[in-house]
Write a protein that binds this ligand. Structure first.
Ligand code: ZN
Length: 155
């Protein structure tokens, strides 16, 4: 791992903090003695969603189901979970594991329509544009959050 300040390739770990999802290490450069932080997170091979500006995030079923609720999909939680699982399964068969917000939204709406048909309900459903707008808003929020991180991050 290279020092983010001087690019020297010898650094030492001076502190390690572990939480359930992340290991955070404070490191010190052997050359310029600068300190910086690295984060380790475990990653299962999964789907990546990319927004039109090129930002990426992991696809999770909870993320999509939550967005569908916000967008106004008026179906029971169990039905929305199933929709999210179906969307993930379908998108995983495409391309190289990276899908666009538009693909996620249009696939989700198709699955919502089928879920409504199965449940014989007459629930109002959002359009793909409405779902896409909610997903985009989530990207903006996470972009702002990551811009607030004060330390260089090594992934
Ligand atoms: Zn250095």
């Amino acid at each position: 791992m290279r020092c983010p300040y001087c690019q020297h390739d010898k650094t030492s770990v001076i502190e390690t903090r572990e939480s359930d999802e992340t290991i955070r290490r404070r490191r010190k450069c052997a050359h310029c003695h600068s300190r910086f932080t690295t984060y380790e997170t475990a990653r299962a091979p999964g789907l990546i969603v990319q927004d039109p500006l090129g930002s990426r995030r992991d696809f999770t079923q909870a993320w999509l189901a939550g967005a569908l609720v916000v967008a106004g999909a008026n179906l029971p939680g169990s039905a929305l979970k199933k929709v999210a699982a179906n969307v993930e399964a379908e998108l995983k068969t495409r391309g190289n594991g990276v899908v666009s917000v538009v693909e996620v939204a249009s696939t989700a709406v198709r699955e919502l329509v089928q879920a409504r048909t199965r449940s014989a309900a007459r629930a109002a459903l959002p359009t793909a544009e409405q779902v896409g707008a909610v997903l985009d808003a989530g990207f903006t929020a996470s972009r702002q959050a990551s811009e607030q991180l004060p330390l260089p991050i090594e992934r």
